[in-house]
Design a protein around this ligand. Structure first.
Ligand SMILES: Cc1cc2nc3c(=O)[nH]c(=O)nc-3n(C[C@H](O)[C@H](O)[C@H](O)COP(=O)(O)O)c2cc1C
Length: 371
């Protein structure tokens, strides 16, 4: 073999070895539509009960930890519970976000039940954010169905990328605010408070990215490979973090918990946040009168009602909670913004050209119900 032939053979060998390696690797993001089995064991639930629980579980939650489960008392009579094994102590030490997420779950449950023709009667059981039994629910059949919610619940998602800076149309803003004027506070990107929230969001993300317990907790909720994502069906995946293409492939195949603790990963997160906050129509803040369990559940429900509406107007929404999670930024934010009420959510919102499909995963219903 002469030198030219040798180099040719070598190059083809490298290409073949490379393609074989690529084909054997984790080649694509695992998303909600890749879930094959919706059920893993036979449940003694009616089809309606199972559907209502499934739709409730599509609620958002911090790190997609899904901090809920259902105790089944009898048909159509359940207790919605707080799952302490799914708390996020490093960023949510008082389980404020856990209860907000359970509020969103309860709102989905109520809408899902009414879509299938059931009226929900709720009784609050929890007096602290840590109580296991949060809310009792009894469903009774009615003659009335509000069908349109099911698709909205299925289509809702957190969008993190590609926001436009276009201002919100007055009629769209009125649609979002309708019925909730007292607790929703929209800060358009022309307002001086908008700049303050952007700066504080960047600052709090810097603090949190270099706070090791918070970063370690994040690492524990990232599902790096598709097989891990498929097995656990919770947490943050490359798809839900909007990491696709070659970067997604690199993360799925070569990253692990230790990579998240690396400064390169922390800096990448901070640059993503800088880019994200530079794109939006503004911030929607949701406040509450106090921090009682009842108020947090109501605020979680209000947030979810907004989340289910935004898609109608091609508006994306992204909760960014770091200001409220980092003690330093939390201590000064009310004064900086001139707001007296308790801020429970800071939501970046804006139009998008194309609305992406939902990709985040949920555990199967049989994993969230105890019969
Ligand atoms: C209380 C709460 C806090 C959240 N905080 C953040 C946040 O700080 N940053 C972020 O990117 N997403 C945040 N999210 C969005 C979740 O990560 C998201 O809901 C979850 O990953 C499931 O994805 P989905 O909303 O697309 O179904 C938050 C959600 C809730 C309910």
């Amino acid at each position: 073999m002469n030198r030219k032939m040798f180099l040719g053979v070598l190059a083809s060998t490298v290409v073949i070895a490379g393609s074989t390696f690529y084909l054997a690797s984790d080649t694509s993001n695992f998303t909600r539509e890749d879930i094959k089995t919706k059920k893993t064991r036979k449940l003694s639930l009616s089809a309606d009960e199972e559907e209502i629980m499934f739709l409730a579980s599509l609620a958002p939650s911090g790190h997609n930890a899904q901090p809920w489960f259902i105790k089944y008392i009898e048909p159509y009579h359940w207790i919605i519970c707080n799952d302490k094994t799914r708390w996020l102590p490093a960023v949510d030490p008082h389980q404020r976000e856990t209860i907000l997420s359970i509020g969103a779950f309860i709102q989905n449950l109520e809408f899902a039940a009414s879509s299938l023709g059931y009226k929900s009667d709720f009784t609050l059981l929890a007096t602290t954010n840590q109580d296991e039994h949060v809310m009792k629910v009894a469903l009774t059949k009615t003659d009335y169905k509000t069908k349109y919610y099911i698709q909205k619940i299925k289509q809702r998602r957190t969008v993190r990328a590609n926001y436009l800076n276009k201002p919100l149309k007055v009629e769209d803003l009125n649609y979002l605010l309708s019925g909730e004027f007292d607790v929703f506070n929209f800060i358009p990107n022309t307002d001086s408070n908008y700049q303050i929230i952007n700066e504080q969001t960047i600052e709090s993300n810097k603090l949190q990215s270099y706070r090791n317990p918070a970063e370690r907790e994040l690492a524990n909720w990232i599902r790096f490979s598709s097989s891990e994502a498929e097995k656990k069906r919770d947490g943050l995946t490359t798809a839900s973090m909007d990491i696709s293409g070659i970067p997604g492939w690199v993360v799925r195949n070569f990253y692990d918990k230790a990579s998240v603790m690396d400064n390169k990963f922390r800096e990448q997160n901070i640059s993503n946040v800088i880019k994200q906050v530079s794109q939006s129509a503004g911030w929607m803040l949701i406040t509450s009168k106090d921090n009682s369990v009842a108020s947090l559940i109501e605020t979680g429900k209000q947030m979810q009602r907004l989340f289910l509406k935004v898609h109608d107007k091609n508006i994306a929404m992204h909760p960014m909670s770091q200001i409220l999670e980092e003690p330093t930024t939390l201590a000064s934010i009310n004064q900086l913004l001139g707001i007296n009420e308790n801020i429970q959510f800071m939501l970046r919102i804006g139009y998008v050209k194309e609305y992406p499909n939902p990709v985040s995963l949920r555990r199967a219903v049989d994993k969230i119900v105890q019969i």
